[in-house]
Ligand binder design. Structure first.
Ligand code: AMP
Ligand code: ZN
Length: 136
């Protein structure tokens, strides 16, 4: 299903042009217009899902397989030193476009980016509590 108001639906389905590095029946992979690094790409399913939670399991699995294939291609052909896979869900987590996408961000030594977090602290008791909370 497509969402009339969704820019990534229009890009994924070819209604808006993009720099496409891969396409099949279910996915289009495009270069990000605000790249973190050289080669920053977005894996877009052609079907609309707002986020990971709405995404069919099958599509989630295929998206990760594509990330592996294209990530390897980027590292080899762009001579990248590493790769970050980033996937944001919800505004608080940094999601700005509400159509599921996987970021592929090739990393280069001294590229000036920092896609890491500041490690916090937690006690053994808190870890135990959180473990139980997550399991529900
Ligand atoms: P997120 O913050 O995870 O929702 O990521 C959205 C990404 O989409 C950002 O990295 C933007 O630079 C990128 N973006 C937004 N509009 C376009 C567009 N028309 N073509 C390519 N990339 C886009
Ligand atoms: Zn969409």
């Amino acid at each position: 299903m497509k969402d009339e108001n969704c820019i990534f639906c229009k890009i994924a389905n070819g209604e808006i042009p993009s720099k496409t590095i891969y396409e099949d029946d279910d996915f289009r992979v495009i270069l990000d217009l605000g790249p973190a690094t050289k080669g920053h790409a977005l894996i877009l399913p052609k079907e609309h899902s707002a986020n990971l939670f709405e995404l069919p399991e099958e599509t989630a699995g295929r998206a990760m397989k594509l990330a592996k294939k294209l990530g390897e291609q980027m590292v080899t052909n762009l001579k990248a030193d590493g790769l970050n896979i980033v996937q944001n869900n919800g505004e608080t987590a940094g999601q700005t476009v509400k159509h599921f996408h996987l970021h592929l961000i090739p990393r280069y030594k001294d590229d000036g980016q920092n896609i890491l977090w500041k490690p916090g602290e937690v006690s053994a008791d808190e870890l135990e509590l959180i473990k139980e909370q997550i399991k529900g």
